[in-house]
Design a protein around this ligand. Structure first.
Ligand code: GDP
Length: 444
């Protein structure tokens, strides 16, 4: 998923290689470490982060990952297209140059692109370490004609408060009603071959009288169909088609996993389908389950072919599943049969419920009261010092997100986040929904 939310302004760091964009990115974005909830290896996304400053929130994107940095003389049509794609959704450009190296030909071309975009642009001259060098830097770069010029030193942190203030002045406040999930809701039906994915989709489509389209995907892509559930047009992607494209180079299982990962990434909700007659959830399925969870997808677990097993075998399956309870207790589990049609309608109803849950409004006053009370009665400490939650801010996006302001974000460990998540889940019905928790420092 791109964590970019519709309605959240986008600020882009733009500049050639070695001007210090990543250091600037880290300084601008890390009022604290940005921790994303429940990821086993908690790391910050290297190219995109949510920044909050002076009551403004925006997504900061470091273009380090896109080929802007190729020698500009080599910028061809494809590269220009990717720049244009980023700029098309940008609110503000922060154009970074190098005060030590001075203006290069690449800077000139990038300045031209920034100007041609018509977007508000702040010019930043990095590596200006002291006041004496300000005047020189400003006069060196005056030829670009940008009105908004800042001298900074990313290494020393010089000029950042001013720069953050200026960015906040220029980005619009989020209008909360604009920040909503994408109009389209995408469901991916994933699972091993032969578990019944096509059978399920056929049943859902047959039941569905308001079928909009059924567009077969191209080779190795999922088949996509539109189904309306309670007036929501929902796209279903089924990866079953991959079987027909099996080849020697791509063993089926590998292809299944690869395709599932791809389809999963572009979906809001994942229906992971298992085969009850296998008597347990398999390692591959667990891999998909954990991946979906890590990617902050809503999840519904469907155990199909329940007509083939006895009650005792169902118990064995449930027992095995309970070993992964820390995850499975957050997910609706539905036992189905595509042969007897058992619980097929329940799948649609559950998808609808999970969608509603993930779109629910988390009341800012209520969540603050709950969290503060909880942390007062059960304080978390680290080396004897208390961890304080100063403020919790829900952000409406495609995934329920909470930004937590604390005195010591650097103390936060996965176990703290799990505790935090459990508090939230105990108060809000979020069965099947992911929660993203971003931890920030209270001190700016
Ligand atoms: P896919 O590869 O996951 O799309 O699986 P299919 O939908 O093609 O189903 C594979 C086989 O399992 C077919 O022979 C189906 O008829 C059968 N099948 C699907 N669902 C069920 C079920 O609930 N019970 C039983 N007994 N067989 C099923």
């Amino acid at each position: 998923m791109s964590s970019t939310r519709s309605g959240v302004p986008i600020v882009v760091l733009f500049g050639r290689t070695n001007v210090g964009k990543s250091t600037i990115f880290n300084r601008l974005s890390s009022g604290a470490r940005s921790l994303v909830f429940d990821r086993p290896h908690v790391t910050r996304d290297p190219i995109e982060d949510l920044v909050e400053w002076n009551d403004k929130t925006y997504t900061l994107i470091d273009t380090g990952g896109v080929p802007l940095e190729k020698k500009v003389s080599e910028i061809d049509l494809a590269v220009r297209k990717s720049i244009d794609a980023i700029l098309a959704k940008t609110t503000l450009i922060v154009f970074v140059c190098d005060g030590v190296e001075g203006i290069t030909a690449d800077d000139r071309k990038l300045a031209q692109i920034a100007r041609a975009s018509g977007l508000p642009t702040i010019m930043v001259i990095n590596k200006v370490d002291n006041n004496e060098r300000d005047a020189q830097a400003l006069s060196d770069f005056a030829e670009f004609g940008f009105k908004d010029i800042h001298t900074i030193s990313a290494i020393h942190g010089r000029g950042f408060a001013r720069l953050l203030d200026r960015i906040s002045e220029l980005v619009p406040a989020i209008k909360h009603e604009e920040v909503k999930t994408e109009p389209e809701y995408r469901v991916a039906i994933i699972g091993k071959p032969n578990v019944g994915k096509s059978s399920l989709l056929n049943l859902l489509l047959r039941e569905e009288r308001s079928l909009v389209s059924n567009v077969p995907g191209t080779t190795r892509e999922a088949v996509r169909s539109m189904i309306t559930i309670h007036k929501d047009a929902i796209e279903f992607a089924d990866t079953a088609g991959i079987r027909r494209h099996q080849s020697v180079e791509d063993p089926l299982e590998l292809l299944m996993v690869k395709t599932s990962f791809k389809v999963l990434k572009h979906s809001n909700l994942v229906v992971l389908m298992c085969d009850a007659s296998e008597k347990r959830i398999t390692d591959q399925e667990l891999k998909l389950l954990f991946y979906a969870h890590k990617e902050h997808k809503s999840i519904v677990l469907v155990i199909n072919k329940s007509d083939l097993i006895t009650d005792a075998e169902k118990e064995t399956f449930l027992y095995h599943l309970s070993q992964y309870e820390h995850l499975t207790k957050k997910i609706p589990v539905i036992w189905t049969s595509c042969v007897t049609h058992k619980n097929i309608s329940k799948i649609k109803e559950t998808i609808h419920q999970v969608k509603l849950r993930s779109e629910q409004e988390i009341d800012v006053v209520r969540i603050n009261t709950i969290i503060k009370k909880k942390f007062e009665s059960h304080p978390l400490t680290y080396n004897g010092e208390e961890f304080k939650v100063h403020n919790v801010r829900p952000i409406k996006g495609d995934v329920p997100t909470l930004v937590v302001h604390t005195n010591h974000p650097e103390w936060i460990r996965t176990s703290h986040l799990v505790y935090f998540e459990n508090v939230v889940r105990s108060q809000y019905d979020l069965l099947g929904c992911p929660i993203k928790i971003i931890v920030r420092s209270s001190a700016k």
